[in-house]
Design a protein around this ligand. Structure first.
Ligand SMILES: Cc1cc2nc3c(=O)[nH]c(=O)nc-3n(C[C@H](O)[C@H](O)[C@H](O)COP(=O)(O)OP(=O)(O)OC[C@H]3O[C@@H](n4cnc5c(N)ncnc54)[C@H](O)[C@@H]3O)c2cc1C
Length: 274
């Protein structure tokens, strides 16, 4: 049907699409309802990773995958309301590719691949290549997002989001962080403070150096406060925020730094307890 109807707009949960239809921003000639495609709603282990169908709702990610994908699950809990989480999908979040999409930064910190399918076959690409700009992706008109594929957590994962209120809110900015103790690696990604989710590569390299130098991975000793501070500063510098109705660029950069520091100390304490 996708191949036969290239102008049709796909509908998963409809929580982005229906807003566009209601506000008359979009008048597609046809809507392709994906909700009856059972394969899109399934998840399964695959070669040590998890392959999660594009149509798995946030509620199911929280309920069924919370232990294996804690970072994505914490982020999912901040999405909209219960009703939005029951309908909304990570596939829809990926296709919309909003810089504020809360499901996206955890995919970056886990090195997720996005699987695209069409009659010509399927292809997989890193999420950072799939998202090419604000609301822009590598999805071709004849393709659908079939799934995303990522390793289960190798250690503690965290997500923090600042909004203008506590719930039902678009992120002013967010931070996702994953510890990969076996690889002695920290992965941080910033949301809603740039045109796309932005990995904080310098901050990650800096803290990996500190952790290695003092063999913190083995001792799991508390992180030196000065290193946490510097990590936050470097994460803030990785943001490329703008001033808009939700917040100023300065505020976002500062909040990213604070959230980076906090998510790292939460994750590190959790590792120490494990
Ligand atoms: C009240 C409200 C609160 C919200 N709060 C948040 C929030 O806190 N955080 C957040 O990130 N988002 C939020 N959103 C936005 C929305 O819920 C998410 O982006 C959600 O992930 C969209 O998923 P969906 O399944 O509903 O997508 P849909 O609306 O069905 O589709 C969205 C887009 O993706 C395309 N699409 C969907 N599935 C596929 C597929 N398999 N292959 C190809 N294209 C596809 C559609 O054609 C459409 O362009 C909110 C929305 C509302 C209405």
């Amino acid at each position: 049907m996708r191949a036969a109807n290239p102008d049709a707009v796909a509908l998963a949960g409809g929580t982005d699409l229906m807003v566009d239809l209601n506000f008359d921003r979009l008048r597609p000639p046809a809507v392709l309802d994906l909700t009856r495609v059972q394969e899109l709603r399934e998840w399964a282990p695959e070669d040590g990773c998890l392959r999660v169908g594009a149509g798995v709702s946030y509620t199911r990610i929280i309920d069924e995958l919370g232990d294996r994908l804690p970072g994505l699950s914490i982020a999912s809990r901040t999405v909209g309301s219960l009703q939005i989480r029951n309908r909304g999908t990570v596939g829809g979040n990926l296709a919309t590719a909003s810089p504020a999409g809360d499901g996206l930064p955890p995919l970056y910190t886990s090195g997720a691949l996005v699987e695209l399918a069409s009659r010509r076959g399927s292809r997989r690409m890193p999420v950072a290549e799939f998202i090419t700009g604000p609301k822009r992706t590598a999805l071709a008109p004849h393709e659908l997002i079939a799934a995303f594929v990522l390793p289960p957590a190798g250690g503690p994962q965290q997500f923090a989001k600042v909004g203008t209120r506590n719930a039902m809110v678009i992120a002013v900015c967010s931070v996702s962080l994953a510890l990969w103790p076996e690889e002695r690696r920290v992965a941080t990604c910033i949301g809603s403070a740039g045109p796309t989710p932005l990995p904080a590569a310098d901050a990650d390299a800096f803290i990996a150096g500190v952790l290695d130098e003092h063999d913190h991975w083995a001792s799991r000793a508390p992180l030196p406060p000065a290193a946490l501070q510097r990590f936050g500063e470097l994460a803030g510098q990785a943001a490329r925020p703008i001033d808009d109705v939700r917040g100023t660029a300065d505020y976002r950069r500062r909040a990213v730094g604070v959230m980076a520091r906090r998510t790292l100390s939460w994750a590190w304490s959790e590792l120490g307890r494990s």
